[in-house]
Design a protein around this ligand. Structure first.
Ligand SMILES: [Zn+2]
Length: 404
C-alpha cells in the first residue's frame, strides 16, 4: 500500500472495521508521531493463588506432588475444563475436540501444599501459585461456569486428573491499565468526518516508511477523541488526544529500531546484538515487516554462515538466522512456527541448504531447557525454545548444520 502522505508521516490509521462488508478500508489519516505509543512495559503483577478442591491428581500433576516443597513441584500449564451437566450447557459455550470455550489455563504453576479434602475421602485440596493466561479476545474469567467439576490437563491434552471445584480462578480482576495516546501532526483524509471531540476512531495502525509505503501492522486503536488542536507542526495539522491507546504498546527502546528502518534499514550485520531480549524480539518483528517482497529464493544447495557469537537467547537466534540468509536486517522467521514456514521456501532461500553455525558454543550454553518468562506479557510465557528444537526443525527440512 502507498500513501500520498505528507513527508515525515510515520503512521497511518486505516479503518478496516466500521464499513459495510465488501466496502474498501478507509484511510482516516496520517500523523508524524504518536505520543504514548512507545512506553516501557508495566511491571508484572504478583502471582495469584488458587485451590483445587476435591482433587484426584494424575500424570505430571501427581509427579509434581512428589516434589512438594521444592521448585520441582511445578507445571508449565494446567488447563481447567468444566464438566458441564448435559442439560446446563452455558450460553456462549462452544465445544471443540478437547474441551470447550469455558476452559481456563493456569500457567507457571507451583503446587504449594496438599491436604486431605473435606469434600470426599481419598481426595486432596491442592494450593497452587501461578497465573491465569488472560486472553484479551476472550471474556475475563469472572464467573465460574456451571458444572460438576473440572477436568485437568496439560496443553497437549495429557491427563492431570480432575477436581470437584476450584477457588481463586473465577473472580473480578483489575482492568488492564488505560494508556491514552495523542496523534501528533495528524492530517485527516478529506472524507473523514471526525477529528472531532467525542468521535470514536477505530483503526489499524500501520508504520509508514520514508518512501510512503507502509510496512507492518501495530495493533488497533479504538478510542474516543478527547481534544483536537492545531499542531505546533503547523501546516494545518492537528494534535488529537485520544482516551485510549493500542492494546500492546511498543517498548520505549523500540523507537530507535523503528527509526533505523525508517532511514533505510541496517547496513551491517549484528546491530541487534547490543539490544536486550525484548528489543531483539522487536528487531526480528521489524525485519519481518520489511522483508523484500517478490524476489526469487536463492537456489537450493547454497551454504550460509550463521554468526553465532551473540546468540544468547532465542530472539537473538532469529535475528542472526535472518541475517545469515538475507543479509543485514534480514528475516527468516521470528518464532518456531515461522521458521518452519520459511524453510518451506519463499523467504529468501530454497531448501535444502547447508548452514555453518559459527561459535555454536554460545547457543549451546544459552538455548537450554527451561521456562521462558522473558516476555513482559505473561500470555507469551512458555517452555523455552531450545537448541534441540531448532536442530529438529532443520533436520525435518534436510538442512545440513555444521558446527563451527
Ligand atoms: Zn463450556
Amino acid at each position: 500500500m502507498t500513501t500520498s502522505a505528507l513527508s515525515g508521516a510515520r503512521w497511518l490509521l486505516l479503518d478496516e472495521y466500521t464499513g459495510e462488508v465488501g466496502e474498501p478500508d478507509v484511510t482516516l489519516g496520517v500523523c508524524h508521531d504518536i505520543d504514548g505509543l512507545f512506553v516501557d512495559p508495566e511491571p508484572l503483577p504478583p502471582p495469584e493463588t488458587f485451590t483445587l478442591l476435591g482433587c484426584d491428581p494424575a500424570g505430571p500433576l501427581l509427579g509434581a506432588l512428589r516434589h512438594l516443597g521444592t521448585e520441582r513441584a511445578w507445571l508449565p500449564s494446567i488447563a481447567l475444563t468444566p464438566v458441564h451437566r448435559p442439560e446446563h450447557r452455558p450460553a456462549g459455550c462452544w465445544t471443540y475436540e478437547y474441551g470447550c470455550t469455558c476452559e481456563e489455563e493456569l500457567i507457571d504453576v507451583t503446587v504449594i501444599s496438599r491436604r486431605p479434602s473435606a469434600a470426599q475421602d481419598g481426595l486432596a485440596d491442592l494450593d497452587l501459585r501461578g497465573y491465569v493466561r488472560l486472553l484479551p479476545e476472550c471474556e475475563m474469567p469472572e464467573e465460574k461456569p456451571d458444572g460438576t467439576g473440572f477436568r485437568l490437563s496439560t496443553l497437549d491434552n495429557e491427563n492431570l486428573g480432575e477436581c470437584l471445584d476450584v477457588t481463586g480462578v473465577f473472580r473480578v480482576r483489575p482492568a488492564a491499565p488505560v494508556r491514552p495516546v495523542t496523534l501528533i501532526g495528524f492530517r485527516p483524509e478529506a472524507t473523514l468526518p471526525g477529528a472531532v471531540e467525542g468521535h470514536r476512531i477505530t483503526a489499524s495502525l500501520l508504520a509508514v516508511q520514508r518512501d510512503g509505503r507502509t510496512a507492518g501492522h501495530f495493533g488497533v486503536l479504538s478510542a474516543v477523541v478527547v481534544s483536537a488542536r492545531l499542531s505546533r507542526l503547523g501546516d494545518g495539522l492537528l494534535d488529537i488526544a485520544l482516551d485510549d491507546g493500542v492494546e500492546e504498546p511498543l517498548p520505549s527502546g523500540a523507537r530507535e529500531i523503528f527509526q533505523m528502518w525508517y532511514d533505510g534499514g541496517p547496513a551491517e550485520p549484528n546491530l541487534w546484538a547490543r539490544y536486550d531480549r525484548l528489543l531483539r524480539h522487536e528487531w526480528s518483528g521489524r525485519a519481518g515487516c520489511h522483508r523484500p517482497q517478490g524476489l526469487p529464493d536463492k537456489p537450493a544447495g547454497m551454504t550460509y554462515h550463521l554468526d553465532g557469537r551473540f546468540i544468547t537467547d532465542i530472539d537473538a537466534f532469529y535475528c542472526a538466522i535472518g541475517e545469515a540468509i538475507n543479509g543485514p536486517g534480514g528475516y527468516f522467521g521470528g518464532n518456531l512456527d515461522a521458521l518452519h514456514d520459511c524453510l518451506h521456501g519463499g523467504w529468501g532461500a530454497a531448501s535444502p541448504f547447508r548452514l555453518v553455525w559459527h561459535h555454536s558454543d554460545v547457543a549451546r550454553r544459552h538455548l537450554v531447557p527451561g521456562y521462558d518468562r522473558s516476555s513482559h506479557d505473561l500470555r507469551y510465557w512458555s517452555p523455552n525454545a531450545e537448541l534441540d528444537d531448532l536442530l529438529e526443525i532443520f533436520s525435518e527440512h534436510d538442512i545440513e548444520v555444521e558446527f563451527g
